[in-house]
Design a protein around this ligand. Structure first.
Ligand code: PMP
Length: 437
């Protein structure tokens, strides 16, 4: 496979990966012409597939007009159109849109808006943001302080501002039935306990990924959990932030995952599937009351230079139009159902698959030593990297992370683009089985 002999780039690992040449639909090719099926849509990003001609054409048209207009100097039509589209898709009352260029920026913006709101509404003592463990909210220092992923946070301890965390609802590890409303209540009530311990008047917000992403591997909340979380936040006057960076944009079968439970947050953030890999783009969408209060006190004192540039917004708008015209939410649900069924079937063949989980096309399986105890695989096996490497050599890209807060356990996200067909699901399964064998 085509790799570079020497590179000046450095990332997380030493692994040398193929050099990308082209990508189209759900496939990618390296410079030697080797083909890979993008079984993880990048990092759950390229939801509508690569090189979508409609999006490229929209970007070309915008490029011919202007690529950048600083947001404090110009309003732009693409930004206005995209903001009104996003507001229309968002829960009632969340009509105010703030653009950024990625997920971490969106989370930072949400924390800062919440903080300014607390000041504007006469509650200056509220500053703590409760999050969950495990969780992932980004790599900038503010977003990292909310992240529950020990191997990513430990190198930077002590955190500039460590924040309280409650356990994520890992019913499958705790021997609890996720379909029992008692289970949902059990985990949600941990939020209330945390609020009471920390002091309700010091809590600004609670941030949650409706369906867990990189940290928990497609963890679907137990029945009643999301609804109870909403109740608790309202009861204690705490802002609820949905981190939909991975789930937003349709991956779970609804444009926002929160819609599955009919709960609306006060602030929501999205990024990856929003521009589906065509440009760096993200957004924070906030309730009108929050933004009105902050704007009345002199405005939101925050912003990133590239935010909301017309090129990024033209791409974002075209991506949403493609999701709508191609019926991709329904495809994510239907094809996700087919793929999940096939993944669950693998549990008969491989006793080391301990769990298959997820919804829509946000799906994962977890490898364990013992399915009954869910004991993880020994570290030496390093299945985390090994399976990914083998899958690569078989032409399949899957995304792996060490689950349970980054310390132990191996999960693999199988999240192809939302344009995937049933025949392509079979293709994925053939490559996956070859790799697992
Ligand atoms: N929140 C969640 C739920 C994410 O999955 C990610 C990225 N994996 C982020 C925030 C951070 O996004 P970015 O990498 O674009 O900064």
């Amino acid at each position: 496979m085509g790799t570079l002999k020497k590179s000046h780039l450095f990332y997380q690992s030493q692994n040398h990966r193929p050099v990308l040449d082209q990508a189209r639909g759900i496939y990618m090719w390296d410079v030697d012409g080797e083909r890979y099926l993008d079984g993880s849509s990048g990092a759950m990003v390229c939801n509508i597939g690569h090189s979508n001609e409609y999006v490229l054409e929209a970007m070309r048209r915008q490029m011919d007009k202007s690529t950048f207009g600083y947001r404090l100097h110009f309003e732009t039509e693409p930004a206005e159109l995209l903001a009104s589209k996003v507001a229309a898709l968002s829960p009632e009352g969340l009509d105010k849109v703030f653009f950024v260029s990625g997920g971490s920026e969106a989370v930072e913006s949400a924390i800062k808006l919440a903080r300014q709101y607390a000041l504007a509404s006469g509650q200056p003592k509220r500053w703590k943001v409760i999050s969950r463990f495990p969780s992932y909210h980004g790599c900038t220092l503010g977003a990292l302080a909310l992240t529950g992923y020990t191997s990513l946070t430990k190198p930077f301890d002590p955190m500039m501002q460590a924040m309280p965390k409650i356990p994520a609802p890992t019913a499958y590890l705790d021997g609890l039935n996720p379909d029992d409303p008692e289970t949902g209540r059990h985990y949600a009530d941990m939020l209330e306990t945390c609020i009471l311990e920390e002091g309700p008047d010091s809590i600004l917000a609670f941030i949650v990924e409706p369906v867990g992403g990189a940290s928990t591997g497609a963890l679907v909340p137990p029945v009643g959990y999301m609804e109870r979380i909403r109740e608790i936040c309202s009861q204690y006057n705490i802002l609820l932030i949905h981190d939909e960076v991975m789930t937003g944009g349709g991956r779970t079968g609804q444009f926002f995952a929160g819609e599955h439970w009919g709960v609306a947050p006060d602030i929501l953030v999205l990024s990856k599937g929003f521009s589906a890999g065509y440009v760096p783009l993200g957004a924070m969408i906030a309730h009108n009351d929050i933004v009105d209060a902050v704007m009345a006190e002199g405005g939101f004192l925050h912003g990133f230079t590239y935010a909301g540039n017309p090129l990024a917004c033209s791409a974002g708008l075209a991506v949403i139009e493609q999701i709508e015209t191609q019926g991709l939410l329904k495809n994510a649900e239907d094809i996700g159902g087919v793929l999940k069924h096939r993944l669950v079937g693998l549990m008969d063949r491989y006793p080391f698959i301990g769990d298959v989980r997820g919804m829509g096309l946000l799906l994962a399986f977890e490898l364990v030593s013992d399915r009954n105890t869910m004991r993880p695989l020994p570290k030496e096996l390093a299945a985390f990297d090994l399976l990914v490497d083998i899958a690569y050599s078989n032409g399949l890209i899957i995304y792996s992370r060490r689950t349970r807060g980054g310390l132990e356990g191996d999960h693999f996200l199988v999240c192809p683009p939302m344009i995937t067909t049933e025949a392509q699901v079979e293709e994925i399964m053939i490559m996956l089985i070859k790799s697992l064998d």
